[in-house]
Design a protein around this ligand. Structure first.
Ligand code: NAP
Length: 260
């Protein structure tokens, strides 16, 4: 039996428009570059819009368009304004990656209210309202794809990270809720849940040899710290036509940590 080219899965994002929050460094930077490499134009959501000019240049050097946006995820008015600006500039929005996140480390008995509020504000409230603003555009378009950054910490408890863990568990459930509510508009909503990945955010903790050795031991199947592109690859897949029947799902990218 012959198979036509159109029947093979496509992993390309040619001329799609993506917006990545917290794009300045770490996973956000890698995800932005990987989406551009797959063919997408990328709007860069930035806590401080004066950063990330080299990322903008790197994306343009790939022949894609880039746009830096002031988008502090703890400021709902900046979130809505940034999404409006991206849509005005590119004419539409196909992919939203809710990457920005914070995780102040604190034993539960010492968590300060301001740390609690900031973590919930950026990780959860910011993700919700960015999804809402992008969702309105995607509902009009009758298509779209939202990908949230959960964490392995939403599946297993990490000592001294109770508030962070709580927000990341909530991200997986929010992902299911939005997927079910917006499926009728041809919008998919998924999440990725990485283990420890080498980024500026994890650098201080992973610099401690004892902690690092423990993490590598617990990444039970593959025994290596993740690289940002390990996460970006799953995001490109979830954004691609090949993943069009996947929604409401959280993909663990944990080298086997939670399988043990
Ligand atoms: P990172 O190196 O600490 O970078 C965080 C990024 O988020 C930075 O670009 C930062 O901007 C931005 N950000 C922080 N607060 C923001 C705000 N209020 N508004 C907008 N942007 C803000 O973190 P990462 O390791 O790349 O992690 C990225 C995401 O993956 C987070 O959601 C994190 O929870 C999740 N994750 C990471 C790991 C890991 O091991 N790395 C594992 C599981 C999940 P500035 O540069 O301007 O500060």
């Amino acid at each position: 039996m012959e198979t036509r080219d159109t029947e093979f899965p496509s992993f390309e994002l040619n001329d799609q428009v993506a917006l990545v929050t917290g794009a300045a460094r770490g996973l956000g930077r890698a995800i932005s570059l990987a989406l551009a490499h797959a063919g997408a134009h990328v709007a860069l959501g930035l806590r401080d819009v004066s950063t990330a000019d080299s990322l903008e240049r790197d994306i343009e050097a790939m022949g894609r368009r880039a746009l830096r946006l002031q988008m502090d995820m703890s400021r709902p008015e900046q979130i809505a304004a940034a999404i409006d600006k991206a849509v005005d500039h590119f004419g539409r929005l196909d992919i939203l990656v809710n990457n920005a996140g914070v995780g102040p480390e604190n034993p539960a008995e010492n968590v300060r209210e301001e740390d609690f509020d900031l973590t919930v504000s950026v990780n959860l409230k910011g993700t919700f309202f960015a999804s809402q603003a992008a969702g309105k555009v995607m509902i009009r378009q009758k298509h779209g794809c939202i990908i949230n950054l959960g964490s392995q910490a939403g599946f297993v408890a990490l000592p001294t990270e109770s508030v962070y863990c709580m927000t990341k568990a909530a991200i997986s459930h929010l992902t299911k809720c939005l997927a079910i509510e917006w499926g009728k508009y041809n919008i998919t909503v998924n999440a990725v849940a990485p283990t420890f990945i080498r980024t500026p955010g994890t650098e201080p903790a992973l610099a401690d040899p004892e902690f690092r050795a423990d993490v590598i031991e617990r990444i039970a199947g593959l025994h290596r710290i993740g690289e940002p592109m390990d996460v970006a690859g799953a995001i490109v897949f979830l954004a691609s036509p090949a993943a069009s029947l996947i929604t409401g799902h959280t993909i663990l990218i944990d080298g086997g940590w939670t399988a043990e």
